[in-house]
Structures are given as C-alpha cells and as structure tokens.
Design a protein around this ligand. Structure first.
Ligand code: PLP
Length: 236
C-alpha cells in the first residue's frame, strides 16, 4: 500500500472492521467499544502512523516510557496506563493520564488518591481482576473485589469506572470467553450493590489474540498492540 509501508493504517482498519463484526454479532453499537492502541516498546514515529489515522487513545506499560511519550507526542492524546504500577511511581503519572487500568490493590488506590488530592485532580481508574487466577498475573481475586472496591469508594481523588483483566495467553481465543463472561458478571454484581462513587460502565478486556471474543462478551475498552504495531522486540 502506498504511504503505508509499515501497514499500520491497514492493520487499524482491520481491527476496527473485526470490532464492527463482533458488535453486530452481539447486537451492540460499534461506538460502545473504545480501541486503545498499545504502543509499548514502539518509537514515536510508529505511534504517529496510528495518530495520523485518527487514533487518540494509546496504552503504555512502563512509567518512564509513558512519561517520555507524553512529553514528546501531541497533547490531544489520551494516555492509558495499563501495566503493573508501583506505588513509588504513582506521582509521575497522576494528572497526566486519562485512565489507570491496572489498579490491583487497595494500597495502590490509596497512593493514587493521596497524589490526586495533592495535585487537586481526580483520576479515573479501573480495578484489575485476576479472573483466570493465574499466578503470573497481577489483579485482585474475584471474591475479594467487591469488598476492596467498597473500600476504594471512600477514597477522595479517584473515580472507579469499571474493571479490567488480562486473560491468559491462548492459541484458541474461545478459551478465554469464560473469563470475559466472569468479569462482566462480576461488574454487574458490583453495580447492583449501588456503592457510592463507584461506576461499572467500563470493561477493559481483550488483546490482539482475543479482542473479538471480548467484544462479544461486553468489552467497552480493548487494548490492542501486536495486531496494530506488529511484534514487539524487547531486546533492542
Ligand atoms: C501488552 C499489553 C496489551 C497488548 O497486547 P497485544 O497482545 O500485543 O495486543 C494489552 N494489555 C496489557 C495489560 C498489556 O500489557
């Protein structure tokens, strides 16, 4: 394709087309799904190719890389912190990101709250749940989530907007359907508790391998890296 040597424009078109098809299947409006382009490890010139097709939601995993990109990319981008966040790094991103997806403990939420109050801002967060109960993954256990979220509801400066999960790496995306279903059910259970200051509108689930299944199960935010930007090289 002319002017699309890296194929990123075409990749995005395909992802959006797949999302549209999954929405049709599930009787949902394609507008109800937000695509976050996961750009970790990729240099700015690659991000610009996505930016130029209209993408304004970018996801990053590492605080230093995220901060560098915030400082050097256009200001109209909404940045999503999706990777594990250490409490001592919270201060670098509060007030600068649109959403923190990976809040996996009450202590982390408390730190974000403290920093937000100090800066006079409100931070939108998602609570990461380890629905598949993988030892290698961060996230709160399903059975603990309602109580933890109830505690988070008392914290100033943060707004819980929903839940997030990373499903296992599988070759058959259908294998992850049960986990997406589980997260959706959990969000309904929590919503039914009508906890003050807690909103369950967002479900951040689905990556390159399984985003169509996630959309069929109700994802409102999908986090797609490889399908847009290609394989990542961590050894550079
Ligand atoms: C890297 C990453 C993604 C994107 O993964 P792909 O398989 O490349 O789409 C999504 N979510 C999280 C939390 C990630 O770390």
């Amino acid at each position: 394709m002319i002017n699309d040597e890296s194929g990123i424009k075409e990749n995005i078109r395909q992802v959006l087309e797949n999302v549209e098809r999954a929405c049709k299947k599930a009787n949902r409006s394609p507008d109800s799904v937000k695509l976050v382009a996961v750009s970790k490890t990729k240099p700015n010139e690659i991000l610009y190719e996505a930016y130029d097709t209209g993408i304004r939601e970018f996801g990053e995993n590492y605080v230093q890389e995220l901060c560098d990109k915030i400082e050097t990319m256009p200001p109209d981008i909404n940045w999503h912190m999706i990777g594990h966040l250490q409490r001592n790094k919270v201060k670098y991103i509060v007030g600068r990101v649109a959403m923190i997806h990976s809040v996996d403990s009450l202590r982390l939420a408390e730190e974000i709250s403290k920093e937000a109050v100090k800066k006079g801002c409100v931070v939108d967060i998602l609570v990461e749940v380890n629905v598949a109960e993988e030892d290698s993954k961060f996230g709160i256990k399903v059975e603990n989530a309602p109580a933890v979220i109830e505690e988070m509801s008392k914290l100033p400066g943060i707004k819980v907007k929903g839940l997030m999960t990373s499903a296992p790496y599988v070759t058959e995306p259908e294998d992850n359907r049960i986990f997406f279903e589980k997260l959706r059910k959990l969000s309904v259970d929590i919503k039914d508790k009508n906890i003050d200051n807690i909103n369950m509108d967002e479900l951040s689930m689905g990556m390159t391998n399984d985003y169509t299944v996630a959309v069929e199960e109700g994802a409102t935010i999908i986090r797609v890296g490889t399908a847009i930007f290609g394989e990542r090289n961590y050894n550079k």
